[in-house]
Design a protein around this ligand. Structure first.
Ligand SMILES: Cc1ncc(COP(=O)(O)O)c(C=O)c1O
Length: 478
């Protein structure tokens, strides 16, 4: 277990349990009620911070839940909570104001920007704060399409005229993969539906579950303006070959008649788990999502030289904040939390990564020991592919053992069957797993177990025992 801060660990584990109701409600409503404790908690919020912390820890112990859904969201680190509350108390001023509370807010934002930039190997001026990953991703697609038209000199034309430049049908072309998060897939589909862009969804290999570089390169057209491929998949944890891809695209870009091909990666799942360095990757844009690395629900977009080296066309217009790329009065406390969480990642990443990998490997070993190798299929193991250290996507094989049914019988485990935003898909197997070549009957039984910084071997033992009892119960019923 990572012992970089005992207080932080306690807070994290207590906060895990606080988060349980939201993430598990769809799995098994019977086990997950806070009941009267909720009102008690509300009252105690007004007492001192220490009381609240003790209460949370007591609740954690009493509830006996084990959270293994860290790819859906993470709790806040105690240092992050502290940074947020300090900002709430002391830096409540408008960051654009010149008197003290305003200047304090501005200083906090500047420091956070530096910390976020350091975490991904960029410069402070390359970071644009925004509401989260969904906004960051949408801004990239909006920008790429606008940039295409600016470059082609057709920006003054209306939509119909544009698509018929010189009598030929011309639309900006975007390449992405078929396993992206909905904030990429649906945003691009919407551009395509509205006749604003052509789109190619490159399928991942059914052997490696990766988007292969040569498949992406084969999809490039003279009109390709953007390639957007995630750094790590949220369900399988598979890491995509972004560095190799960027290298290939860079050399090709020079010959593109419609100008350079912009490169974007959604790094939501990779940050805080593996090293992410924009220089090494060679991307123009990189999406940063706070709530995946123990920060609050805000995010940022890294842009290599926004407005100079790399285009950014704002979606909003307003008061000039974030150099007009994303105006709106800054959310100082949440930006403070994001900055603190980024600082923790920069300082402790090797420990985090080692701990996550050790815990996940132990989990996989225990699953095999308890269920037997023939009853377990890992949907996150693909030959030749590297994966996130914390993600174990596993199916317990057998009729009636669909992921959702198994989770609903678990008394301790809080996990999911796939991306949180697909939790309304009923028992249909994940399209991501099917795209990766997992057979439908195996994909239907998938459980996405994602461990966190505070997950211990004891937690793993308890979860595997919990799963064993759940499976016995379900098999006894059939
Ligand atoms: C890969 C990926 N991209 C983007 C997002 C969306 O980020 P946000 O929830 O901040 O909008 C998520 C969150 O689930 C994600 O996993």
């Amino acid at each position: 277990m990572v012992k970089y801060s005992k207080k932080s660990e306690n807070m994290t584990r207590a906060a895990d349990v606080m988060g349980e109701e939201a993430t598990s409600a769809s799995a098994c409503s019977g086990h997950h009620s806070l009941g009267g404790q909720h009102n008690d908690l509300q009252e105690d919020r007004t007492k001192c911070g220490l009381c609240v912390q003790i209460l949370l820890i007591a609740m954690a112990l009493a509830k006996n839940r084990i959270y293994m859904d860290y790819n859906a969201t993470t709790p806040l680190e105690s240092e992050v909570i502290l940074a947020i509350s300090e900002a709430l108390h002391e830096a409540w001023g408008n960051p654009s104001s010149s008197y003290l509370p305003g200047r304090k807010a501005k200083t906090i934002i500047t420091r956070s920007r530096e910390n976020v930039a350091r975490m991904v190997g960029g410069r402070a001026e390359d970071i644009i704060f925004m509401s989260g990953g969904t906004e960051a991703n949408n801004l990239v697609f909006h920008t790429a399409v606008k940039h295409f038209w600016e470059g082609s000199g057709a920006s003054e034309m209306n939509g119909q005229e544009r698509s018929l430049v010189n009598g030929k049908s011309v639309l900006p072309h975007i390449i992405t993969s078929n396993v992206e998060h909905d904030s990429v897939r649906l945003a691009i589909e919407s551009l395509s539906r509205e006749g604003k862009a052509d789109v190619t969804f490159v399928p991942v290999s059914k052997v490696t579950a990766r988007v292969e570089v040569e498949d992406v390169m084969a999809a490039v057209r003279p009109t390709t303006c953007l390639i957007s491929i995630m750094l790590a998949n949220n369900e399988t944890g598979v890491l995509m070959p972004i560095r190799e891809l960027c290298k290939k695209v860079r050399s090709l870009s020079k010959q593109q008649p419609a100008g350079r091909i912009l490169l974007h990666t959604d790094a939501a799942q990779a940050i805080g788990k593996v090293r992410v360095d924009v220089q090494e990757l060679g991307v123009d844009y990189l999406t940063i999502v706070g709530h995946k690395f123990y920060a609050p629900r805000v995010g940022a977009l890294y842009v290599n030289g926004p407005g100079s080296t790399t285009p950014v066309f704002p979606m909003f217009f307003g008061g000039g904040q974030e150099r007009n790329f994303r105006p709106g009065t800054e959310n100082t406390p949440m930006i403070a939390g994001l900055g603190k969480a980024a600082e923790l990642v920069s300082t402790h990443l090797p420990q985090f990564e080692t701990h996550l990998r050790d815990t996940r490997l132990y989990l996989e070993q225990r699953l095999q020991d308890v269920f037997g190798k023939e009853k377990i299929h890992f949907n996150s193991h693909f030959p030749g592919s590297e994966t996130l250290p914390n993600t174990c996507n596993v199916s317990i094989l057998g009729p009636g053992l669909q992921g959702r049914r198994v989770l609903s019988c678990c008394r301790k485990l809080l996990a999911s069957v796939g991306a949180a935003c697909h939790s309304d898909r009923g028992d249909r197997p994940s399209h991501i797993l099917l795209s990766c070549g997992i057979p439908p009957e195996v994909a239907a039984n998938a459980l996405r177990l994602s461990v966190g910084r505070g997950t211990s071997h004891r937690d793993v033992d308890l979860v595997v025992e919990d799963l064993k009892e759940a499976v016995q119960e379900l098999e006894g019923r059939s």
